[in-house]
Structure formats: C-alpha cells, structure tokens
Design a binder for this molecule. Sequence first.
Ligand SMILES: [Cu+2]
Length: 333
Amino acid sequence: MKRREFLKVGTAGLASSLVGSVGLLAWTPRANATTISKTFYITEGFITQPDGVDVYFRGFSPASNNLTVPGAQMIVQQGDTVRITIVNTLGTSHSFKIDGVMDSGRISGGQTRTIEFQANVAGSYLYYDARNAPYNRLVGLHGAFAVMPNGSSNEVYAGSPTFVQQYFWLFHDIDPAWHNAIRNRNTPNTPYKPRYFTLNGLSARPPGAPGAHNPSIDAMADPLSALHGHIGDRTLLRVLNPGMCYQSVHTHGNHMEWITDNGQIRDDVWSKDCIYLEGNMGKFDAIYPYDAPPDAWPPVTTGIYPMHLHTEMSQTAGGGLYMFGALTDIYFE
Ligand SMILES: [Cu+2]
C-alpha cells in the first residue's frame, strides 16, 4: 500500500487542515469553508548543531515549554477563516505576519493576541515575525503556510499544473554570532557569516555520522523533507527561504517543473534541474514529476536520488563539515 494513500484516508472527512506530523500529503477539499484555529507560543532556547555547538533560537512553538523551529506547517483552503493565537512568553515584542495577507502588529512581552483573517489567495507563504527585521525572523520566528484553491485537491492555483502530493521545503541559514547578539537584545554588528544551513529546521548527517538516519535530527531521514513516491506521484514543492542567503535548489533523478517565482505565476513552465531561490524571503513552487529517471540506462523505476543546494557552503556545518548542510533524499519506491 502506498503511504500517501494511507494518509489520504487518514485525513478524509476531517475539518482540520493542519498538516500532521508526517510528510504530507494528499489533500481532500472541503465543500464548505471552515475556521482553522491554531495557537503558537513564542519561546526561546538552544538547538544543538551538527558540530555540537548550542545555538540560541526563538520559535513559534506548540507549547510554552517547547522550542520548535520552524513553526508548524499549515495548509488551509481558500475561503477559510484562520484564527491564530499568539502567546508571547518572552519579554521582547514580537509579531506574526504573512505578507499580503495579515499582520498582527506589535505583541508586547507577556501578551496574548488572537488574530483572524480569511485565506483568499491560493499559494505558498512564509509566516514570520516582522518586528526588528530581519533579526526576529532569522533567529527562528518563521514557518510555512499554504492556501489550497477552493475545491481543488491537486493545484497550486486554479488551473495550474496538477500534483498528487505536496511538501514544504523551507531553507534557512544561521549565523550563531547574530543569534547571540539577538539573545542579548543587541543589534548584530558583525558581517553576516552563516555557519549552519537547514531544511525544515534540520541539517543532514552523512552515512556513518552520529545521528545519521535519525528522523528527528537528520534532514535526509526527516519525513517532512525527504520525498517518497512512485512513478507518476507528481509532487509539489513549496520552497520558502526565511534566511539571508540565495540558493540554487538542485534535484537529481528528474528536473522540476517551475510553476511560480516569488508568488508570481510563470508564463511558461520550464523544466529545470536547478532553480534560483532568492535570499531574504524568496520563494517558488515547482513540481517534481516522478517520471522514470530519463537518463538512466538500463531503465530504472526505483532508487534514491539526492536534492542538494548548489552553493557549496550550504552543504556544510561549522565552517566546513561537508554533508552536514541543507540536503535530503528523493525516494522512488
Ligand atoms: Cu548534484
């Protein structure tokens, strides 16, 4: 049985449109709009990086005693009312913003605020803290949000090329000196020097390294990041970049169909094995078609292929540990 079909069965008929703890996802459209409620706790703490260094972060977390970076993935349907409650457990002011959609404004330290908005435009979005820009966003206050077209289970926007399943690929880059300055409520005053690179919050661990294959720390084993599919399981990639660095997103096995660029629908769908991702909140949507790898001889229908970024530093951690950066695997099952 295909895992995606199981997930589809699991989500059918539920009013909830929030992504669960496993990869996602076939989408079951609802006949009627609903209200989606979600509470985020703004928290702080340290996350151990691949070289053993503990780095300070803040996050939109699921509980006050938890730190989660990035915040939970959310998918809603066009027309839904989205009700977000932000509990700011810190002493600093923060906000919750989705460009072009909503902005909570300032939420002071210790304050709780509920914001309601309607999801009107289908697409892929970053939610983030827009205060003290870009620092609050960089220190971890960001996450992925998507709006499905009304009544559609398989389009990015009404009339777009279609897909079977969808993933978010949220890339980030981390300068621990900047995080430390923010922790101390200073404005970073050193040149930006990213030392860690993550995909959906995780760096990769090469085979044989401590933590390799552990889905809670290895981006290559993370069910939210590694693609799993069979031939024909066209997979939407909602690619978001809260970080500062531009990236070149590169897939093996298949080229990607490039559907949108920074929220704009592209006039022509190009088939690309590398797609440019702007720094400082760039984004694009692309479909990984899960065709039989066209250049393989003898022909294959199964196998494992990498996705990695083509900026070399993004494949490292701690200033040079190779293959501890932002990469994952694509499984043809
Ligand atoms: Cu490559």
